[in-house]
Design a protein around this ligand. Sequence first.
Ligand code: TXA
Ligand code: MG
Length: 431
Amino acid sequence: MGVISSLLNKTHVVMDGPTHVQKPSTQRMACLSSDISFGIDQDPSAEPKCSITPNSDTMRAIQAASHHLTVLKVPVAIPTETVYGLAAPATDPGAVAQIFSIKGRPADNPLIVHVSSRRMLLSLLPPSYTISRTYEKLMKAFWPGPLTLLFPADPSKIPSIVTAGHPTVAIRMPSHPVSRAVISYSQVPLAAPSANSSGRPSPTKAEHVWSDLGETGKVALILDGGPCDVGVESTVVDGLTSGDGSIRVLRPGGVTVEEMQKVLARDLAEGEMAPRVLVHKRDYDDLEMEQHPTTPGMKYLHYSPSVPVLLLMQSPGSADGETLTDVVKDIVSERPDDSPALKIGTLFLSDSVFSGQVNTLDDVEIIKYDLGPRGSPLVAAQRLFDGLLKLEKEGAMYIFVEGIEETREGLAVMNRLRKAAREVKWIRSSP
Ligand code: TXA
Ligand code: MG
C-alpha cells in the first residue's frame, strides 16, 4: 500500500469491551530540514526551485502533507521557525473552517497566510496595489523569516474566513525549510495559526502538538521537524494605516524592533527620515483596534497553561514588594487544609535574582526549568513555551516565571508572559 493510500485510512478500530469503538488517529511523520534546499530567487517573478531528497522520509512526509492539504482538504500541523502551525489551504474556506473548529478559535480572530515565494505573495494582492519601499526593505532583510506584514485584502483571492472580514490580510514567508517546502510543493498559500487549542501556550515541538491535538485525534497529520529555533511567534507589522510612513508593531515577535529600526535606517535618500517603528501599548494605543481581537491577547485568554502563572518582577526598591515566602504563604492560605503538598514550577533565568529566596521555601516541592542566561533573550524566547508546557506536564500547581528585560526578543517574551500570567508580583530583592 502506498504512503498516500495508507494515510487515507484515518481511523482505526480499537477493542473496548464487547463493542468496537472508532477512534480517530493522528499520523506523525519525521522531516529533516537537511533534505530540503531552495534555489536563489534570481528572478523575483519566478518560484525558486525547491529540491527534496528523493525517496527520503522527508519527501514522503511532504507528499503526505500536500495530499492532506490539497486533496483531502484537511488541516496539517507543520513546523515553522517560530512555532508549529496548523495549516490549511488559504484559498479553501471549508478547510480553513476546520482550523477554527480544531483549535476552538473564535471566528473573529484572523489568520496569517504563509507563502513560499514572492510570486505567490503577488498573486494574493489586489492588482492595483504597489508594495511600499518600507515593506520592500523589510521583506528583503527578513523574508523568509519571522515577520508578518499586513497587506490590503482581495476577497476574490483570500476568502473572508481567513481575514475575519478585515480589509487587510496578514502574510509571511516562513524560513523553516519544511513549512516552505510544503507550501512550494503544494503550490498553495497556507493559512496557519499556532497549532494549539485556543488560549494555550504555542507549541514549539511536535510533542506539544501531539499532546494537545494529536492524542485526541483532532488533527490528521503532524510533521515533526524538531524543535522550533525562534520559539515565539512572528512579529506582526502594520505599515498600511499610519499615514506618516511609520510602521506599527501589533505583536512583537521573532524579528526585533531594534533589527527593524536598523534596516529601515539604511539607504536613505538625502534628507529622508527613517520610518519610525511604533510598538502597540508601548508607543501608542489604538482603542478602536483593541475592541477587535486582531491584537493578540487583547480580547481572549492567551498562552496560558491549565495552572496559574505568576509573573515575578524584581521590585526597584530593595524594601518594596513582597518576598517569595509571602507569595507562597498567600497561595497556601487559599488552599483547603487537606490539599496535597504544593508543587511550584519555576521558569527562572540561570542567574536568577530569586534563586536565594527559592532555596529558603519550606514544604514546597520546586520543579525547575532554566530560562537561560540573563542578557540572552533569544534563549528565553526559545525556551518560554516549552518551559510552561513542561512544568505543567510535570504536575506544577503554579508556575512562577521571572520577568526579563524588554529589549530585543525580550519584548516578545514579556508580551507573551503578561498575557499568560494571572498576576504580576513585585518581589523585593532581600527576603
Ligand atoms: O509565527 C507565527 O506567526 C505563527 C506561525 C504558525 O506562523 N502563527 C501565529 O498565528 O502565531 P496566530 O493565529 O496564532 O497569531 C496570528 C495573529 C492573530 O492573533 C491575529 O490577531 C493577527 O495575527 N492577525 C492576523 N491577521 C490580521 C490582520 N488582518 N490584522 C491584524 N492582525 C491580524
Ligand atoms: Mg496563536
